[in-house]
Design a protein around this ligand. Structure first.
Ligand code: SAH
Length: 361
């Protein structure tokens, strides 16, 4: 898809054409201008030439569960970027219980989550993350970020008319706050009622702790959710796992987060990967509980998706860790197989494609 000539093509058209075109592209999700039936034929032809809509991609399905899919989208310059669709089954019972009530929409709301990338590769080189291992190529443009959502939305629409993307998480490849301008431009576009119209509260961004970005987000009108990749309860361990921790110490991050909470009144989620023998001891849990015992702090324990270097904590260890935190009064959740079923942890698909597309066999 290439829309940078769109304004040029539409410049002599009446104003309402923009509205029409936006609706076709970002609400009807056409994949060919011939579907834009209410536009004059000559305009459709010009658009087809100047603004191709095709999105080139390979889709990888989890044969076992068919609930999640991963895609590699091929970009204009030959680079590729990965994005994941995570489907949660609708809770039929809940849906039935809520029939007719306002909450019904919400009962089915969390069905389709799209995980999007903000960079090609990542400069942060966290030791546990597959993306960092393949290096950093470049930032994505806002259009390339939005394209990932449009891609899944088109696919869902093909499946059923009322299927749609409900949630967006900026948790794919890259560090969104090192590409802040394009990230926020994309987020606002996705939120815009005239385009993709996905509520800000259904959007989350995850950062390794770039405090400048946390500060900027606090000043935005967009009420999206913020998540911080913490993964360690001391700077010493964090520096070993995440080189970026040399620049941003825990104290700086918590100060930025507390200011963010003061300004926005919103909860902040801290992500904590559970890695065997690395950060999952009783002492780690106790240390962490001291840091996390604050209003509007929420910790999310993430079962580690093994990428070669570390091992995942066992289920029992995770449960025990969770109990320790709960006993200390910390709000804690465990991310249920977010992606372990499709190896959704960022960067893994590209690596495995390089290693012969064997991912789901
Ligand atoms: N750079 C941002 C966003 C991308 S990573 C950040 O650091 O938050 C999104 C999340 O996936 C982060 O919490 C990251 O730590 C986590 N992640 C990375 N590798 C993983 C793996 N192998 N298993 C599970 N989660 C992983």
């Amino acid at each position: 898809m290439k829309l940078n000539n769109l304004s040029q093509v539409l410049k002599d058209q009446p104003k309402y054409r923009y509205v029409q075109v936006n609706k076709f592209l970002f609400q009807d999700y056409i994949s060919d201008w011939s579907e834009a039936s209410s536009l004059p034929k000559s305009l459709r032809e010009e658009l087809a030439l100047e603004c191709p809509l095709e999105i080139k991609a390979d889709i990888f399905e989890d044969q076992g569960r068919k609930l999640s899919k991963k895609a590699l989208i091929y970009l204009e310059d030959g680079e590729s970027v990965e994005t994941v669709l995570i489907r949660q089954k609708a809770d039929k019972k809940l849906e039935k219980d809520m029939e007719g009530s306002d909450a019904k929409a919400d009962a089915r709301a969390h069905r389709n989550t799209v995980c999007i990338s903000s960079q090609i590769g990542c400069p942060l080189d966290c030791s546990f993350c597959a993306t960092g291992q393949s290096g950093f190529k470049r930032n994505l443009s806002a259009e390339e970020i939005v394209e990932q959502v449009v891609f899944w939305q088109r696919l869902l629409k093909q499946e059923a008319k009322d299927e749609k993307v409900d949630n967006i998480v900026f948790m794919g490849m890259g560090e969104p706050f090192l590409n802040y301008n394009e990230f926020i431009k994309a987020a606002k576009f996705i939120n815009n009622p005239e385009t993709l119209n996905i509520g800000a509260r259904r959007m989350s961004v995850s950062t390794a702790g770039i405090t400048e970005g946390i500060k900027r987000l606090a000043g935005e009108k967009l009420q999206m959710n913020l998540a911080i990749s913490l993964h360690a309860s001391t700077d010493t361990l964090r520096r070993k796992l995440m080189p970026v921790a040399k620049k941003y110490e825990l104290e700086d991050i918590f100060r930025a987060v507390d200011d963010y909470i003061k300004k926005t009144g919103r909860r902040v989620m801290f992500e904590y990967l559970m890695m065997k023998g690395v950060n999952d001891s009783q002492a780690d849990a106790e240390e962490l509980s001291i840091l996390m015992r604050k209003p509007l702090y929420l910790i999310n324990l993430i079962p580690y998706n093994e990428t070669g270097r570390f091992q995942a904590s066992t289920r029992e260890t995770i449960d025990h860790f969770k109990n320790t935190l709960e006993k200390k009064g910390v709000s804690v959740t465990v991310r249920l197989s977010f992606g372990s079923d499709i190896s959704a942890a960022c960067g893994q698909l590209k690596r495995s494609v390089g290693a012969k597309k064997k991912m789901f066999d």
